[in-house]
Every structure is written in structure tokens, then in C-alpha cells.
Design a protein around this ligand. Structure first.
Ligand SMILES: Nc1nc2c(ncn2[C@@H]2O[C@H](COP(=O)(O)OP(=O)(O)OP(=O)(O)O)[C@@H](O)[C@H]2O)c(=O)[nH]1
Ligand SMILES: [Mg+2]
Ligand SMILES: [Zn+2]
Length: 286
């Protein structure tokens, strides 16, 4: 039978089959030998309580360990708490590195003007959804964005992740399970996928908001620009090969910044993250 691992605890994997049933499985020893460990999000074949085959992964996030996430829904709020753009950019980079599509969700638009932040991320090439969960505005668009996909939600405490998830799950509360999303804070000990409908899953509280970039993905300073989509296409046109886009002359990224085609906050976060990654010693990376 084919299914998806929705939870893994102490060597047991809970596999949700296409018919909706959940089976507790063990993994075959062969996976350990290959160095492949089944993980939440994996699409698998299973038989008699044993995971027999793991399909190729579309994406892989190292912390928390989850496979096949399609979207990282990065939630920021217009106010209370005020937007943390460095954290947002850390998350966009981690998503890009892991093969996941970032989607920027600006919540609490009833509290403050957000057009500037919207512009920052539209310019970067990302989908931006503005919402007011308190007034159930904007959730339809988000709902259509995550349909048929596996999406993880991330963002500072208090930005409204649970409020948004409650609205999304309320639209199709086919199982009693979804109400457990409310207990997000208390279930962070393990990672679990929740099913919204036949082919839509969401990941509760990834909880990596306060971590350093190097903790949530493997990236070197010299590669960082590859994960800023608005720099990536022009970066090889800089005068110096391997330009860091910080101090070198004739840098195309800095030219775009001057022309206001790259947002200042994105460039600032790039410099900050570049500096942080530079401090990691080479031997620590392997
Ligand atoms: N004004 C306003 N308040 C909102 C909105 N969405 C959520 N809130 C409020 O913001 C507070 C925090 O919302 P939560 O949904 O608990 O935030 P969270 O991101 O899940 O927070 P953690 O679970 O701590 O990570 C609650 O008091 C919500 O009622 C909104 O669109 N506008
Ligand atoms: Mg919450
Ligand atoms: Zn450059």
C-alpha cells in the first residue's frame, strides 16, 4: 500500500494510506544501511507494518526533519509583534536551500499599513498574501495556494499562525484531528502532519524561528546570493568572479540596490547573514 508518513516517534512511523487509514510501521533495516532514515512527509510503500520503499523526495528540511514540503508559509504580522524582516529572510533562504517555495503571508492587516513590506517581497519575486485572520479576510487565497500541497507554517510567536490554521481547517473539518492544531504549542516534541483534505497537508509549528541560519539549512556564505532570487540571475555579471556583493567595485547587485530594484532590507539581511555564515569555520561545515 502507498501512504505518507505523518508522524515518527521512537522508531515507529505512522503512515496514512490513500484510503485514510493510519498504520503503525517499523522501517526495514535496509534503510539504515543505506543511510536513509524514513522521515515525516515521506511517501512510502508499506506492507504488514513495515515501510518497504521510500520514494524520491521533492524537498528536504533538516530541522525539523521533514520531507516533501512544498510551501513554507512565512507568517509575519503588520503589528504586535512588528515584522522581523531578518527572520523572514532567514526563512526564505532556508526554504530556497531546501527546495521549498516560500510564500509570504502578512497577517493583522487590520492593524497597520503593509504596502511597503508587500513591495519588498513582491520585488524579490515571492507570492505575498495579505490577511486579517481576525476578520477572516485573505484566507481563501491562502487556502487555494496550499491546496493539494504539503505546507509548513513558520513565524514569530503571536503573528497569528494558529488563528490562520484554525480558519483553514474549519473550512474542511473532515476529521476530528484538525482540532488538535490548537494545541500546537504543546505538541512541538514531535513533528506531525495534519490533513486538511484528501491531498492537502499542513505542518504544525515548525518551531525554528529563533535558530541561526546555519542550524536550519546547510549553506555557505559564498553560496548565499544563490538563494536570494532577485540577485541570483545577475550575480555572475559582477566584475569580480566570486563577488560577495559587499565591498567589491562594479557589483551588479549594488547597482540594482541603487536603482531600487533590490529592496534595502533584503540587501541588509544578505550582508548580516553573509557575515554570520563567514564566521563559521570551514571544519565546522563538514
Ligand atoms: N488584530 C488582529 N489580531 C489577530 C489577527 N490574527 C490573530 N490575531 C491575534 O493575535 C494573537 C496571537 O495569535 P495566534 O494565532 O495565537 O498566534 P501564533 O502565531 O499561533 O502564536 P504562537 O502559537 O505563540 O506561535 C491572538 O490574540 C489572536 O487573536 C488579526 O488578523 N488581527
Ligand atoms: Mg500558535
Ligand atoms: Zn557583486
Amino acid at each position: 500500500m502507498k501512504g505518507i508518513i505523518i508522524k515518527g516517534i521512537g522508531g515507529f512511523y505512522y503512515v496514512k494510506a490513500t484510503d485514510g487509514s493510519v498504520t503503525e510501521c517499523r522501517a526495514r533495516g535496509i534503510f539504515r544501511k543505506n543511510g536513509i532514515k524514513p522521515t515525516v512527509g515521506d511517501e512510502v510503500e508499506f506492507e504488514n507494518g513495515s515501510v518497504e520503499k521510500i520514494y524520491d523526495r521533492r524537498s528536504y528540511l533538516i530541522r525539523p526533519s521533514v520531507a516533501n514540503i512544498d510551501n513554507l508559509i512565512i507568517v509575519i504580522s503588520a503589528a504586535n509583534p512588528s515584522p522581523d524582516l531578518l527572520l523572514t529572510d532567514k526563512l526564505t533562504v532556508a526554504a530556497e536551500v531546501s527546495g521549498i517555495t516560500p510564500v509570504i503571508c502578512i497577517n493583522k492587516t487590520d492593524l497597520a499599513e503593509v504596502s511597503e513590506i508587500e513591495e519588498v517581497y513582491r520585488m524579490a519575486g515571492y507570492d505575498v498574501i495579505t490577511l486579517s485572520a481576525a476578520n477572516c479576510i485573505g484566507t481563501d487565497l491562502l487556502s487555494s495556494k496550499i491546496k493539494g500541497k504539503i505546507s509548513a507554517f513558520a513565524g514569530l510567536s503571536g503573528v497569528g499562525k494558529s488563528s490562520i490554521l484554525n480558519i483553514l481547517s474549519g473550512e474542511d473539518a473532515q476529521t476530528g484531528e484538525v482540532s488538535r492544531i490548537n494545541r500546537g504549542k504543546h505538541t512541538t516534541r514531535h513533528v506531525e502532519l495534519f490533513q486538511l483534505d484528501d491531498d492537502t497537508f499542513i505542518l504544525d509549528t515548525p518551531g525554528f524561528s529563533s535558530l541561526a541560519l546555519s542550524d536550519i539549512c546547510d549553506v555557505r556564505a559564498s553560496e548565499l546570493a544563490d538563494y536570494y532570487p532577485e540577485f541570483r540571475d545577475c550575480a555572475d555579471k559582477c566584475r569580480f568572479k566570486g563577488c560577495s556583493h559587499i565591498n567589491e567595485p562594479d557589483c551588479v547587485v549594488k547597482k540594482l540596490l541603487d536603482e531600487k530594484k533590490v529592496a534595502l532590507s533584503r540587501y541588509e539581511s544578505y550582508k548580516e547573514l553573509y557575515g554570520q555564515l563567514k564566521q563559521i569555520k570551514e571544519w565546522e561545515k563538514d
